[in-house]
Design a protein around this ligand. Structure first.
Ligand code: CA
Length: 259
């Protein structure tokens, strides 16, 4: 048993750690513990709860209103690991600058990124979005349709990204993409970037934007992008979605070819 004197000696250290990492503890509580508890108590998964909130509060056919309603839910109710409004503005700006015709998203989750991307597409452009979890893909499909986008503009592809990417050309008619947005498993970023390269799915000058490269972080992806000679790479520093006190960033890669 720990004596009171030893416990007292560790108290300042414990308090310092609690104060220093309070934002991360709050994230752990909101994103993991509270979500798990609500899942158990309600029997309704978090993403379905978010969709129910959208049905009650969002204006159908208005993508900006759908996004701002999801933001309100994520700030005030429960955490959703999307790209969020702050980094979302950077994504929208890059999309407007590049005006891509063929856009690929890896990691649809509940459809936030797909609605954001689709809202910024030039007329006639198309988005393919890939989600490995069928339940999430089903919610995303409903969110995307609620925002007013049909299957000609946004195609939701269900399956693990490493299996979907090699068949994008044959099965989904995506010959090469001008703009890729990655927000799926951070450990998959590098593998999937290499897959896009090896299957020649990046058009010359294509832009690849990757979320959360600083938190939770994708160091191997960043190191490769900066050192392989195929990309001009820039990191836009911001904060984690819905947690302004936790630093994060978006990577912007411009594909320059095999250099
Ligand atoms: Ca994210």
């Amino acid at each position: 048993m720990v004596s009171p004197a030893i416990a007292l000696a560790f108290l300042p250290l414990l308090l310092t750690l609690l104060i220093r990492y309070r934002h991360y503890l709050r994230l752990l509580y909101r994103a993991v513990l509270a979500a798990w508890l609500r899942d158990r108590l309600t029997g309704v998964p978090r993403e379905h709860r978010a969709f129910q909130y959208l049905l009650a509060h969002a204006v159908p056919g208005d993508p900006r209103h759908v996004l701002s309603t999801l933001d309100r839910w994520s700030y005030g109710c429960e955490h959703l690991p999307s790209v969020g409004p702050v980094k979302g503005r950077i994504v929208s700006r890059l999309l407007a600058e590049r005006a891509p015709r063929r856009v690929l998203e890896l990691g649809t989750h509940c459809g936030y990124g797909a609605v954001l991307l689709a809202a910024g597409l030039p007329p006639g452009a198309r988005l393919c979005t890939v989600e490995g979890n069928p339940q999430l893909a089903s919610v995303a499909q409903k969110v995307i349709r609620l925002a007013g986008f049909d299957e000609r503009t946004v195609e939701v592809i269900v399956g693990p990204s490493e299996e979907v990417i090699p068949r994008l050309r044959e099965r989904h008619g995506l010959a090469a993409t001008d703009f890729v947005f990655m927000d799926h498993g951070k450990r998959c970023y590098l593998r999937d970037l290499r897959l896009l390269e090896s299957h020649r799915l990046l058009a010359p000058g294509a832009t690849v934007v990757a979320d959360n490269v600083l938190f939770p972080g994708a160091p191997r992806f960043l190191q490769y992008a900066k050192s392989c000679g195929r990309y001009r790479c820039r990191v836009h520093r911001a904060s984690l979605e819905y947690f302004p006190a936790i630093p994060d960033g978006l990577a912007e890669l411009r594909y320059t070819g095999d250099g």
